[in-house]
Write a new protein. Structure first.
Length: 369
């Protein structure tokens, strides 16, 4: 989820995207949902030039534009300063007060299409409420720009598939940011799994008190804007860990608990994949404190575990290094020199949305049954 940070990391820059006045960032309206949105330039929905990844980018720094300066943006902005060869070139937010902090340093825009039309960017980071991902990513891809978008990729799997197809058509990267796969403990676990017995099962736990994390961003508790509750928000990150460690899986069963307002506050998802490998995702939005870990059982009975919060004292301190991993990998994709990754283990925003939808279907089926 796009998470609230209450304690700055040592040496981290002051957050440029503190919680605002509760108003959600809104993209400029798109005239048509499909095809060109009209206008005279790529920023208004007209297709930009088709290019291959890395074309014209060798030997110079990449210029990034960030759309949405909410609380999660601080981690991207810090990473853009720390990862070599990158430069923040433009920011976009409807809140003029938030933009004021950046004036005189980078180009500032109140509309994402205005930012796209201005040009001068090599890639775009989208960090806005979930229900706005589709329109903004679509416009950026049509402009021929690589896109890194906070998970979830969109609200629905069909929307994610539309964006993925558009990225293929434009021949530019579309990258969904699952920050936990870049966690140091997870990376160590991946190394420990090399050359050992096959994985039998993976259990990912994601527990937190949601009200401590959202701050003024109350849209997380609005299923229409978030796409659901804990399953839609934390489910993709947890599933991405399962996918990373054991490959893609399907949902076999889902036990979901909702509050009086109908928001799913806890859930247990049972999954299975090729060769009989099993997955289990445990989610809790009402947990007093925070617990994020992943446990792997091997075919020989041995068990390995990674505590994602270990070594990161303080609320949300682990996110600083995880977002450096996101930005570094995305930049490599943009340049066309990304590290080799098994296709079935890499981040896949559409696959995560498919699992979220399957979990909600399984919940409804259990209720009917």
């Amino acid at each position: 989820m796009s998470e609230r940070e209450t304690t700055e990391a040592p040496g981290a820059p002051t957050a440029p995207g503190e919680p605002r006045d509760g108003r959600p960032f809104r993209p400029e309206p798109t005239e048509r949902q499909g095809g060109s949105a009209g206008g005279d330039d790529p920023g208004e929905g007209r297709p930009g030039p088709v290019r291959r990844a890395g074309e014209g980018l060798v030997g110079r720094e990449l210029r990034f534009g960030v759309v949405g300066l909410g609380v999660i943006s601080r981690f991207y902005l810090a990473a853009l300063e720390r990862v070599a060869g990158l430069r923040l070139a433009a920011v976009c937010d409807r809140d003029a007060e938030v933009l004021e902090r950046h004036r005189g340093r980078v180009a500032c825009f109140e509309g994402h299409r205005e930012m796209l039309a201005a040009g001068g960017l090599d890639a775009v980071v989208v960090t806005v409420p979930n229900d706005l991902h589709l329109a903004i990513c679509r416009d950026a891809l049509r402009a021929g720009l690589p896109v890194c978008v906070e998970k979830p990729l969109a609200l629905r799997a069909a929307e994610g598939a539309e964006l993925a197809a558009l990225a293929v058509e434009r021949r530019v990267p579309l990258f969904t940011a699952f920050h936990r796969r870049y966690n140091a403990a997870v990376l160590e676990l991946c190394r420990d799994l090399e050359g050992v017995a096959p994985v039998r099962s993976v259990t990912a736990r994601y527990f937190e008190l949601i009200e401590e994390h959202v701050g003024r961003d109350r849209w997380y508790l609005d299923p229409e804007r978030c796409g659901g509750g804990c399953v839609a928000d934390n489910g993709p990150n947890a599933y991405d860990l399962v996918r990373l460690l054991a490959g893609p899986m399907g949902v076999d069963a889902a036990a979901v608990v909702r509050d009086a307002g109908g928001v799913d506050r806890s859930a247990v998802l049972e999954l299975s994949g090729t060769g009989g490998v099993r997955g289990r995702i445990e989610l809790d939005w009402a947990y007093r404190g925070e617990l994020k870990d992943v446990t792997v059982e091997l075919a020989d009975g041995s068990v390995l575990r990674a505590d994602l919060l270990a070594g990161h004292d303080g609320f949300k301190q682990s996110l600083w290094h995880e977002y450096e991993g996101i930005v570094g990998e995305f930049a490599a994709l943009v340049r066309g020199d990304a590290r080799p990754v098994r296709p079935d283990r890499g981040p896949d925003g559409v696959d995560a949305l498919r699992v979220v939808e399957a979990a909600y279907r399984a919940e409804r089926a259990a209720v009917r049954g």
